[in-house]
Each structure stands twice: as structure tokens, then as C-alpha cells.
Design a binder for this molecule. Structure first.
Ligand code: SF4
Ligand code: ZN
Ligand code: ZN
Length: 313
């Protein structure tokens, strides 16, 4: 039997277990947008933001983020898209092209940094020379993204950086940090990270909508996004186990992830001691750093040294 939208009677595209409602395409888009706007309002994510850098990989989350921010805020906020071509073969080529097409379609100003061209190495190099670099690609990639996002945001005087992390990402990061006893990491897992020690503020407007909800929004809206996963995404290990455990909890108790994340953000994280990092400047690039030389400059120097030494091996 065709399910009907609980609000208008049109044919339904989804069931929302938390509110026990069937929704048609039109009401689903409204539901999703309302959730994101409510998150932005409740957590005051755009307070005093006149210029916003939006980190866009070309995947579904950041594409939805770009689209929603443009739809509701492009008149009052100067939005600037930011994409890094990480040099992960076809994945980077195609996702960067999609990001650029979306910027052009929406008429959004944008900046693309090609890691190899600008800094002499890319993520594929870190895999090719892994034997000597001895660090997994995701750890290098994380350093690169954090550094470049902040650098570009400072250069263009952005008041904040928006990232496409969704509810599932936050729930996973929180569980992993709890399991590993990583208190400092936990303190950063909020929807709004204020500007501190030379680092630009960061916001996560999609932090309370799930992976599935974001995908459905992108599909119904007909957005163009890159669908394949990064070839270096970890496929096994503790991360996968935690994802599965969270899905079981969500299936048995609809709304579990949302309550878990909200309780962490509202009741647990505010009680944790705030990180007391010193303000330092990297001796090489002059960007904010927690040591004499920042993690990006260290890893850049190491990879470039290894490339020079072993390029023919
Ligand atoms: Fe980077 Fe790892 Fe994500 Fe791939 S999976 S984009 S290497 S962090
Ligand atoms: Zn409807
Ligand atoms: Zn540096």
C-alpha cells in the first residue's frame, strides 16, 4: 500500500521514526531545512558572522551545506566556498570538479587549493612513500585540511568556517574520544568552536541531521555530489564497530544518536576543562601553532624530503 504524507496526504518518500510521521518530498525538504535552521538559531552559529568560509569536498554533506547556506543566508552573509584538491587520484579530480560546478551554479565566490602545486606533495605521495613516512594517509589529510582551512579563513578575514559534519560523524567522534579517554578532543566536539589562539571559529550546521537524512535531502533536491568514498577511508577496525553499534542503538531506540550528541554538547562537554594552549607562531609559516614549528610544516618538510630521496625507488 502506498504510504501517505501525514501532513498533506501526498505519496510519502520517508518515515520519520522520532516524530512517527510519513512525509512527502516537499514536506521532507521543509522538515530538513527547519532542523538545520533551528540548530543554527539555537546554538547561535552565525552570531556576528559576516563572512563565512564553507569547506566543500564535493561529497553529499558539504554540498547540502553549501546549498542550504546559500538558500537561506546568501543575502546577509558573504559566503566563500573552499575546496582542497588533495591529490587522491580520481576521487580528488572528480569531487573537486563537482564542487566547482556547484559554486558556479549557485554563483558563490570560491577558492581551490591544489596541494601538490602549492606545497609540493599530495595525499597519494604520502601513500606511495608510506614505508618511509610511517603515518596513515587520514592523519596527514586531517592535518592538511585543518591547516589550509584556517590559513585561507585568516587570509580572507572570514569570521567562521562551516564544515559539513553531520550527526553520525559527531556521534562517532564522541564515542571514539570517550573510548580512548581523549578529553581534549572531546571538548572540540561541539556545534560551535569559538575562535581561540589564532584559530578561526568553526561551526557545524548539519551536526543534528543524520547521514541518511542528508542523503535524502540531496537526492530529492537533485543536487550534484560525488558519491564514491575516498579509497583511503578505513574499512575495518574499531571505527567500523562503533558505527555498527550506534546504528543498532538507533534502530532499537529511534533518536538515540540525536539525544546522545545533544546530551554530550549540553551537559557533558561544557563541564570539561577548557584546553589551555599557548599562542605561538610557526617559525616557518608564521601561522598559529602549538609548537615552534606547526604540524603542517613538519609533515610537509618530511614528505618532500622523502620524495626527493626515494623518488626513483
Ligand atoms: Fe582524507 Fe582519509 Fe578522508 Fe580520504 S578518508 S579524504 S584520506 S581523511
Ligand atoms: Zn506532504
Ligand atoms: Zn607552519
Amino acid at each position: 500500500m502506498v504510504k501517505r504524507c501525514s501532513l498533506c496526504g501526498a505519496s510519502a518518500v520517508t518515515w520519520i521514526p522520532e516524530s512517527k510521521q510519513y512525509l512527502c518530498a516537499e514536506h521532507y525538504l521543509e522538515y530538513f531545512e527547519r532542523r538545520v535552521l533551528k540548530t543554527i538559531e539555537k546554538f547561535r552559529l552565525l552570531k556576528n558572522v559576516k563572512k563565512l568560509l564553507i569547506a566543500v569536498s564535493g561529497g553529499k554533506d558539504s554540498t547540502v551545506l553549501l546549498y542550504v547556506m546559500h538558500k537561506f543566508f546568501s543575502r546577509e552573509i558573504n559566503l566563500v566556498g573552499f575546496t582542497i584538491d588533495l591529490g587522491i587520484g580520481k576521487y580528488s579530480r572528480e569531487s573537486t570538479e563537482i564542487a566547482i560546478r556547484n559554486y558556479k551554479k549557485l554563483g558563490i565566490e570560491y577558492i581551490v587549493v591544489n596541494l601538490k602545486r602549492s606545497y609540493g606533495f599530495d595525499i597519494d605521495d604520502s601513500v606511495r612513500f608510506r614505508k618511509w613516512i610511517k603515518r596513515p594517509p587520514c592523519s596527514i589529510c586531517g592535518i592538511v585540511k585543518r591547516y589550509l582551512m584556517n590559513k585561507v579563513a585568516l587570509e580572507i578575514n572570514a569570521d567562521a568556517i562551516a564544515t559539513g559534519h553531520n550527526l553520525d560523524d559527531l556521534a562517532l567522534f564522541m564515542m571514539s574520544a570517550l573510548q580512548g579517554g581523549k578529553v581534549e578532543e572531546l571538548t572540540k566536539l561541539t556545534l560551535y568552536n569559538p575562535s581561540i589562539n589564532g584559530f578561526v571559529a568553526k561551526i557545524k550546521p548539519l551536526g543534528l541531521v543524520s547521514d541518511k537524512e542528508t542523503l535524502l535531502y540531496a537526492l530529492i533536491s537533485g543536487l550534484e555530489f560525488y558519491e564514491e568514498e575516498c579509497p583511503y577511508a578505513p574499512q575495518r577496525g574499531l571505527r567500523t564497530t562503533i558505527i555498527k553499534a550506534l546504528d543498532v542503538a538507533e534502530n532499537n531506540h529511534p533518536g538515540f544518536k540525536r539525544y546522545f550528541v545533544l546530551n554530550m554538547i549540553r551537559r557533558v562537554i561544557p563541564k570539561l576543562p577548557k584546553p589551555q594552549g599557548r599562542i605561538m607562531r610557526c617559525a616557518i609559516c608564521n601561522m598559529p601553532a602549538s609548537n615552534n614549528v606547526c604540524s603542517f610544516c613538519k609533515i610537509r618538510a618530511r614528505i618532500n624530503e622523502v620524495i626527493q630521496k626515494y623518488r626513483n625507488k
